[in-house]
Write a protein that binds this ligand. Structure first.
Ligand code: APR
Length: 310
């Protein structure tokens, strides 16, 4: 039997998720969207079925607005909700997306209670918190996709700036998915060579600033809507690690209960993603300066979560 992947939200990110999940043959795919958009999603699903002969995949791809159709899903990826428009912060989406995520969480809890859930909707750290509260799922079953994307952006910008292969850039970005996120140049290497030995301090500062504002840079270019290719790939990497028990170590928004001195918040930390889900959080010994930056991002996430009143 193939695995089943439910994509809640079949918009910009949802459609790329469907394409990538099909191309990687992760399983059969069900796209769930609101009734008004379900027909469009059925069109997208059919289009992807017709792509299969050249895309070289076997997958059943369907679309629905009925939660019964996600029954038994192994993985749920949630992109339902509004994206940003130019001039908006992720926090501006809070009120509208809380309602959507609460509704989605109830549907997933009822019909896919054993699924590993990856939340993508913004403001990310608060939305994954809400989803977890409403479902009451154990913490290993729920993560937010943000650090994986922020790290991809950090690696991409370093490769672009230094003219090296992105494959050789290793590093991580921790903290909340916002302008206070914490890229860690001290732990970033290029083919084993520390970043600080290749890039100047000015270049590193520039790279940190660009990574922190990467989502906004794209929103400004689009005018309406936010990034979709890289967020989709970042969520697929997490889903694949779970489905294939790849045991990748990926920065995800996970529920911290004591780690990094955080209690009861979802925030970006390095996670072991295995067939068990979010199996383990790794704690990095941070320098005083990094700790101060981490405190700042924790305050921002705490503030947004406190506004959720849930
Ligand atoms: N249930 C299911 N789907 C919903 C619901 C709901 N209650 N409310 C909205 N949707 C659907 C919309 O109909 C739309 O098809 O969610 C989809 C969102 O798609 P887009 O508007 O294209 O947004 P997208 O770019 O995919 O981003 C989705 O991810 O990165 C974040 O900030 C981004 O919060 C945004 C989310």
């Amino acid at each position: 039997m193939r695995k089943k992947i439910a994509l809640i939200g079949g918009g910009q990110i949802g459609q790329i998720l469907a394409m990538l999940a099909a191309q990687k043959e992760l399983g059969d795919i069900v796209i769930l969207d609101v009734p008004d958009y379900a027909k469009v999603c059925q069109g997208k699903a059919l289009d992807l079925m017709e792509m299969a002969p050249h895309g070289n995949y076997d997958a059943n791809i369907t679309a629905t607005s009925d939660y019964q159709d996600i029954a038994g899903a192994d993985v749920v990826i949630v992109t339902a909700g509004k994206p940003r428009e130019a001039g908006m912060t992720r926090e501006d989406l809070l009120n509208v997306n809380i309602k959507i995520i609460s509704e989605v969480a109830k549907g997933v809890k009822q019909y896919a209670p054993n699924a590993f859930c990856i939340i993508v909707t913004n403001p990310l750290d608060a939305m994954v918190y809400v989803f977890h509260k409403v479902t009451g799922f154990p913490k290993h079953q729920v993560v937010g996709m943000a650090g994986t994307l922020d790290t991809a952006r950090w690696r991409a910008f370093i490769a672009m700036e230094l003219g090296v292969s992105v494959a050789d850039v290793a590093g991580t970005v921790l903290g909340g998915h916002g302008p206070d996120m914490v890229p860690l140049p001290r732990l970033t290497t290029i083919g084993g060579v520390p970043l600080s030995e290749i890039a100047t301090p000015e270049q590193i500062e520039k790279l940190i600033a660009r990574t922190r504002e990467a989502g906004t840079e794209i929103v400004k270019l689009f005018g309406k809507g936010s990034a979709f290719f890289s967020p989709a790939w970042s969520a697929i990497v997490i889903a694949e690690s779970y489905l294939k028990d790849k045991r990748r170590v990926l920065p995800c928004a996970a529920l911290c209960e004591g780690e990094y001195g955080i209690n009861g918040l979802f925030i970006g930390v390095p996670c072991l993603i295995s067939g068990k889900g979010m199996e383990k959080i790794f704690e990095i010994k941070l320098t005083d300066e990094e700790k101060a930056q981490f405190e700042k991002t924790i305050s921002s996430v705490t503030k947004t979560v406190s506004e959720c009143q849930i």
